[in-house]
Design a protein around this ligand. Structure first.
Ligand code: CU
Length: 374
């Protein structure tokens, strides 16, 4: 019998002959699905969202204006070559064309209804595993689609926090798709919004989504980064680098310098900025040079009291955290992974340009640099 699973594995084999897919069961829908009682959500309002590329977030309310809704999203999986650095390219696999995929924002108790599209020009089966969802491998077991297919998944957002989502098509495809770009974040806000360490409401003026990703670009015998014509052509060479666990690049938002220069984040003195930071694969240590984390949900889960006054916070690989900071001085801030080798040599650096008036009470150059004998 020509099963759906055979079709999916067959498609992958066609797309890339050298790939052996060891199925991890990610494509298997639970057997209990057929006998599940239907659920009637027809009385719930529907809200359609248009996703935007990171570091920005789609329009949303911080406090839910009503009872639970069904949030409709649509994402296209796009395979395309991206430039990681001046001399390095990646045959990327992406949610909606960006690394990371777009930040989705809903409220606790809402439903998320995602239409996931794998366009016919793609070469690989893909799916999505939401760390915010319950059951079926986070939805991965219900969403595996071939090029030329789409699927609609609905799940209830029962836990508040920032959560990673990523592609997980089974076996060795899982880490390969993730380090090829297929990860993002969904932020599930408490219905009444964020609260500080005393339970008092706090609001942000801006939310920025920093998606950190590690990449493993192989080099040829001359030490030049190899460039490939499609994802599968680079598979074996990339896996050899992946198995060293030493990334060639560790970047914010898909490229060295994506969030500096033209792409720098912007704020004003007095702004309360929420930095949502995800890393689907590897640990990270966000640090705002010249600033702090006023309130930090290091594990990203909003029903835990935030920590205060942090200098550096820890993002566990496979998770997302959130840090709120009110800017008090103007100037350029560097937002880095404070493994400084990863920040400076590997790429994990962003800039925040802050406008406003300097406060000499907080800091003043009392004597400008002058010669010791002058
Ligand atoms: Cu994928």
């Amino acid at each position: 019998m020509f099963t759906r699973r055979a079709a999916l594995v067959g498609a992958a084999a066609l797309a890339s002959a050298p790939l052996v897919i060891r199925t991890a069961g990610a494509e298997e829908a639970p057997a209990q699905l057929a006998s599940a009682a239907p659920v009637d959500l027809s009385n719930l309002p529907r809200v359609k969202h248009t996703l935007v590329p990171p570091p920005f977030a789609h329009a949303h309310e911080q406090v839910a204006a009503s009872g639970p809704v069904i949030n409709e999203f649509e994402m296209r999986i796009i395979e395309k070559e991206v430039q990681l650095d001046e001399d390095a390219y990646l045959q990327a696999m992406t949610f909606d064309g960006s690394i990371p995929g777009p930040l989705m924002i809903v409220h606790e108790g809402d439903y998320v209804e995602l239409t996931l599209i794998n366009p016919p020009e793609n070469t690989m089966p893909h799916n999505i595993d939401f760390h915010a969802a319950t059951g079926a491998l986070g939805g991965g077991g219900l969403t595996l689609i071939n090029p030329g297919e789409k699927v609609v998944l609905r799940f209830k957002a029962t836990r508040a926090g920032a959560f990673v989502y990523h592609c997980a098509p089974g076996g060795p495809m899982i880490p390969w798709h993730v380090v090829s770009g297929m990860a993002g974040c969904i932020m599930v806000l408490p219905r009444d919004g964020l609260k500080d360490h005393e339970g008092k409401p706090v609001r942000y003026d801006t939310v920025y989504y920093i998606g950190e990703s590690d990449h493993y670009i192989p080099k040829d015998e001359n030490g030049t980064y190899m460039r490939f014509s499609d994802p599968s052509e680079g598979y074996e060479d990339m896996v050899a680098v992946m198995d060293t666990l030493i990334p060639s690049h560790i970047v914010f938002n898909g490229a060295v310098g994506a969030l500096t220069g033209e792409g720098a984040l912007k704020a004003k003195v007095g702004d309360n900025v929420l930095f949502v930071h995800s890393q689907p694969n590897r640990d990270s240590r966000p640090h705002l040079i010249g600033g702090h984390g006023d309130l930090v949900w290091e594990t990203g889960k909003f029903h835990n009291a935030p920590e205060r006054d942090l200098e550096t916070w820890f993002i566990r690989g496979g998770s997302a955290g959130a840090a709120l900071y009110r800017f008090l001085q103007p100037g350029v801030y560097a937002y880095v992974n404070h493994n400084l080798i990863e920040a400076v040599h590997k790429g994990a650096t962003a800039h925040v340009l802050v406008e406003g008036e300097w406060d000499n009470d907080l800091m003043e150059q009392v004597v400008a640099p002058v010669g010791l004998t002058g």
